[in-house]
Design a protein around this ligand. Structure first.
Ligand SMILES: Cc1cc2nc3c(=O)[nH]c(=O)nc-3n(C[C@H](O)[C@H](O)[C@H](O)COP(=O)(O)OP(=O)(O)OC[C@H]3O[C@@H](n4cnc5c(N)ncnc54)[C@H](O)[C@@H]3O)c2cc1C
Length: 292
C-alpha cells in the first residue's frame, strides 16, 4: 500500500514522463496523477501535504526538463475536461489552467476579443504561461489577468485578485501548489483584424524559433540588457552538440533534441553553455528551463 492507494483510479505509479514532455525526455514520476474533478484534486493535494510528498504540476512540459533518473513524489497533470474549459462572458474570458494557450487565444479571437494575439506560437498551457508569465517584448500574459484561482497546500481554493499578483520577466508570485483557473479581461475588436495580427505574430515567432519538427527548450533568461543567444554564439558555441542535444542553428539560446538524446545530454550542454559564457564574458546565465 502506498500513500495514494485510495486514489488508485487516477494514479499511475512509476509512469515515464517523457511522453508528456515537449522534449520527450525524462524518467519516471513516482506517482503520476490525473485528477478528474476539483474535489479529487483537492483531496490529492491535501494527502500530499499530510504525507509530505513533493508535489509538482506539469503543464505542457515546454519549460521543464525532467532528469533521466525520474522524479520523487507526485506529478499532477490537469488534462481532464474539468480543468480545460475556456468560457467567454462579455469581455471576460475564463480558462482552466489545463487548457492550451492556443485554445485561450482562439476562443477569445472567435468572440472578437483582442490582446492575447502577442502570445500566438508560445507552446504550453494557461497554467504554465501564468507561472512563467509567458510572452516577449510584444507583451505578456500578465497584462490581461484579472483574477486567478489557486489551491493552497491544504487543498483549499483561494482567489488571488489582480492587486495581489506580481509578474516580472518570465516570472510571477503564483507559487501556490496548484493554479486552477484564471480570468482575463480583453478589449473588443474586429475579429478579422485580430486574426491578421495573430498571423503576423505567428510568422514572426516561428521565424526565430527552432523548426517545429525539432523538440527544443529555451535554456536561459536574457540577462538585463543582454541577449543570452548572442552571448552563447559569441562564446563560440553555435551548433555545439553534446550527445543528442545541440545548440539550435536558429537561436543559440535554444537546445534542440535529436532522437538519441537523453536528459543528461541536455544538462551537460546547458552546463557547457553556462560555464563558457561565464569564462568569456563574466556573465552568469540564469536558467529559464526548470529542471526536475
Ligand atoms: C519552441 C518553444 C518556444 C517558446 N517560446 C516562448 C516565448 O516566446 N515566450 C515565453 O515566455 N516562453 C516561451 N517558451 C517557453 C514555454 O513555452 C513557456 O514557458 C510556457 O508558458 C510553459 O507552459 P507549459 O504549460 O508547457 O508549462 P510547463 O513547462 O509544464 O511548466 C512550467 C512551470 O509552470 C508550472 N506549472 C504549470 N502548470 C501549472 C499549474 N496549473 N499550477 C501550478 N504550476 C504550474 C510547472 O510546475 C513548472 O514550474 C517556449 C518554449 C518552446 C519549447
Amino acid at each position: 500500500m502506498h500513500a495514494l492507494a485510495e486514489f488508485a483510479d487516477i494514479v499511475k505509479p512509476n509512469e515515464r514522463l517523457a511522453p508528456y514532455m515537449h522534449l520527450r525526455l525524462g524518467g519516471p514520476a513516482e506517482f503520476f496523477v490525473q485528477p478528474r474533478a476539483r474535489p479529487e484534486l483537492s483531496a490529492v493535494v491535501r494527502r500530499c501535504f499530510q504525507e509530505r510528498l513533493p508535489l509538482r504540476v506539469l503543464g505542457g512540459g515546454c519549460n521543464v526538463l525532467a532528469r533521466d533518473e525520474g522524479v520523487k513524489g507526485v506529478v499532477l497533470r490537469l488534462s481532464e475536461p474539468a480543468f480545460t474549459p475556456v468560457t467567454v462572458e462579455g469581455n471576460r474570458v475564463k480558462a482552466g489552467t489545463g487548457a492550451a494557450v492556443s485554445a485561450l487565444i482562439s476562443q477569445a479571437a472567435r468572440h472578437g476579443l483582442a490582446g492575447l494575439e502577442a502570445l500566438v506560437g508560445i507552446p504550453g498551457t494557461v497554467g504554465g504561461a501564468l507561472r512563467c508569465n509567458a510572452g516577449d517584448r510584444g507583451g505578456d500574459i500578465s497584462q490581461f489577468v484579472r483574477q486567478v484561482e489557486v489551491l493552497d497546500s491544504r487543498g483549499e481554493v483561494q482567489v488571488r485578485e489582480r492587486e495581489e499578483l506580481r509578474f516580472g520577466y518570465h516570472s510571477s508570485n503564483l507559487d501556490d501548489p496548484v493554479i486552477l483557473a484564471a480570468e482575463f479581461r480583453l478589449e473588443s475588436d474586429d475579429p478579422a483584424a485580430i486574426v491578421k495580427r495573430m498571423r503576423r505574430a505567428w510568422i514572426q515567432r516561428k521565424a526565430s524559433q527552432p523548426l517545429t519538427y525539432q523538440p527544443a527548450c529555451r535554456a536561459f533568461r536574457d540577462p538585463r540588457g543582454l541577449s543570452a543567444a548572442a552571448l552563447i554564439e559569441q562564446a563560440g558555441l553555435a551548433r555545439t552538440r553534446v550527445g543528442g542535444a545541440e545548440v539550435s542553428e536558429r537561436d543559440s539560446n535554444y537546445v534542440v533534441i535529436h532522437p538519441d538524446a537523453t536528459a543528461r545530454d541536455v544538462l551537460r550542454l546547458i552546463d557547457l553553455m553556462r560555464s563558457r559564457v561565464q569564462e568569456r564574458f563574466n556573465v552568469e546565465l540564469e536558467l529559464e528551463v526548470t529542471i526536475w
